[in-house]
Design a protein around this ligand. Structure first.
Ligand SMILES: C[S@@+](CC[C@H](N)C(=O)[O-])C[C@H]1O[C@@H](n2cnc3c(N)ncnc32)[C@H](O)[C@@H]1O
Length: 301
């Protein structure tokens, strides 16, 4: 695994915003290969504690090897954050980082089926124990359901044309690989738009398979409820659907006087970071600080 060759995004900003109490308890909700965690850990005092979470077992195995005893790492979804912390008898935390989406390792690993440019089985699950995968969605969802998710989660204008073609082609043979799906999309979408369309359709499938938007809402709400007063939440998102959820949950929490927003506008990477780390191109960082210690935030749309 080549996790180590990829650099964490906006790392100096993350460290400045996240850590206010170096002896406190911190959570990296998306540890991946541990790029951010390595830097967070170095800022903590020996009395500090860092907990890492990832839904992908490969990331957990890799990071456990990388950190040994230094970081406590759990293979779970961040939507189960409050259960995990309650099992660990931790009632509140000083800071939490969410670096959303997929890691470079996951994109580059064809077997995971995330990339339209790498031949692999249409999988896209973060968690291999989950039943739903992208192959099931593509071969079993009704045309109207496919159109809806391509529109909603991919914001793709050729959604209905693409789902019609998928329905037509799957009558002859099941659609099993990333290349088969890409070729079907290429049949009906002009070459000029094809890469953006492929990216949007693959994004939509990934969001559906992992229920990413619902999971994100639950994770953020739990995280805000679990923060101590003065504790910080930092979120890096990579597309507008995620960013909108982060923005709305922070706004509602600020209206309820639970948090103070620390980033009026999202922080984005500068040109140097983008050149050095092209994956950071679409990143948006938002942060907030807990100001009132009651657990009331729920049901934010
Ligand atoms: C962008 S990568 C994180 C990279 C990491 N910050 C680093 O510096 O190496 C996102 C990670 O979050 C994980 N992930 C995505 N959604 C998750 C969820 N709902 N719960 C737990 N982990 C999740 C993915 O498996 C992936 O490893």
């Amino acid at each position: 695994m080549n996790y180590e060759f990829h650099n964490p995004v906006l790392v100096e900003k993350v460290l400045d915003l996240l850590i206010t109490n170096p002896g406190g308890v911190y959570v990296d909700a998306t540890i991946g290969g541990g790029g951010h965690s390595e830097r967070i850990f170095k800022k903590l005092l020996p009395t500090g504690k860092l907990i890492g979470i990832d839904a992908d077992e490969d990331a957990v195995v890799f990071s456990r090897k990388r950190f040994g005893e230094r970081v406590s790492i759990y293979n779970c979804n961040f939507s189960n954050l409050s259960d995990l912390l309650s099992d660990l008898k931790i009632s509140n935390i000083d800071g939490i980082l969410f670096d959303l989406g997929i890691s470079s390792y996951q994109i580059d690993n064809a077997e995971k089926g995330f990339s339209f440019s790498k031949e692999g089985i249409l999988d896209m699950r973060f968690d291999k124990n989950q039943a739903l995968n992208a192959r099931y969605v593509i071969n079993n969802y009704k045309e109207s359901e496919l159109t809806r998710l391509f529109k909603l989660y991919g914001e793709e204008k050729f959604s209905s044309k693409i789902s019609k073609e998928i329905i037509k082609q799957r009558k002859y043979k099941s659609i099993d690989t990333t290349t088969e799906l890409s070729n079907i999309i290429k049949n009906v979408v002009n070459k000029k738009f094809i890469n953006k369309t492929l990216a949007r359709i693959f994004q939509a499938l990934r969001i559906e398979v992992n229920q990413e938007l619902d999971v994100l809402k639950k994770g953020l709400i739990d995280a805000i409820n679990l923060l101590k007063v003065n504790g910080r939440i930092v979120v890096i998102s990579y597309h507008s659907l995620e960013d909108r959820i982060v923005k709305n949950i922070f706004k509602t929490s600020a209206e309820q006087k639970l948090v103070k927003i620390l980033t009026k506008k999202p922080i984005i990477p500068d040109e140097d970071e983008i050149k050095f780390n092209p994956r950071s191109r679409s990143a948006k960082l938002r942060a907030a600080e807990k100001i009132l210690n009651i657990k009331t935030l729920a049901n934010v749309q």
